[in-house]
Design a protein around this ligand. Sequence first.
Ligand code: PEP
Length: 265
Amino acid sequence: MTSQQQPSHASVSQQSSRQTIIAGNWKMFGTAESTRAFAEEMVRDPRLAHASGNGVGVVICPPTPLLHVLRPFCGTFFELGGQDCHQNVNGAFTGDVSAGMLVDAGCRYVIVGHSERRRYHHESDDVVAQKTRAALAAGLTPIVCVGETLEERQAEQTADVVLRQLDAVLQAVSPDQQFVLAYEPVWAIGTGLAASVEQAGEVHQILRKFYRQRVSNDITILYGGSVNATNAKELLAHSDIDGALVGGASLESRSFLAIVEATGV
Ligand code: PEP
């Protein structure tokens, strides 16, 4: 952390604008067959019905061509999300999908600003902010990812980086437009090396304090980065961690449901 932003060590109490959410990001994995099997296992598992019946939002973000396979199963116990959307409503953008198209495909959420998009598709803070605005305009709830690289953490730039990324989004949306924030340290994604509860909790507090000062409201903040059935319970027990954005461990219903169960709901 830099001394520029002082972390608040006081936990923020749960408010109605906060929800427990477990979201799965399948990245570029899965087939129609594996997706159907996943959905069938999910909907017949009583843990999913129990969690969603008690207010836990469960969201699956498969690759776009697999949305239609999950669609008949979604809506009751889990919701669908896209992994990205274009900032424009339509146009000559080969390979992209718009937020409106995701709505048509049954989505209620969309991930924006994932570090893999920032890195491999060179998405700037400004583009991520425009995508967030486009998603909100289409009626989707954006899951906005922020997070520092290992080099940035080692240079004690974590707070500066995540607040810069959040600030860009806040400048593009109005205060009444609610989105979900996901703190995903880049060094923890897909590495098996999750942030410790202390590391994640500290950044969540910094983000929450900044958001509350800017918007006078609270926000749901998920942690993402090598969350699995073993570490989920401890991470989710932190009062500032509202849920998880899960990559690898969301690909199989068994490990994903264990994380849903770890919410303790
Ligand atoms: C992610 O892709 O958002 C992610 C957190 O991946 P993993 O859980 O595999 O680290």
